[in-house]
Write a protein of this length. Sequence first.
Length: 63
Amino acid sequence: MSTDQGNTWSYKSTIPNIIYSLAVDPENPDNIYAGSFGNVYRTSDAGNNWKACSIPCHHMPRA
């Protein structure tokens, strides 16, 4: 995780899958969404803790 536009990085807790996409809430950058194969994970504390979202796979659009 970076708090200085990517100049330095620090390790945060891991997500148990390979992540294919990330989205940051522009109104609250502590809210981050990570997409993996078949799952979406969310953090509300800037990546310290992640939880799987309970979104059924058939509701997730494919790009």
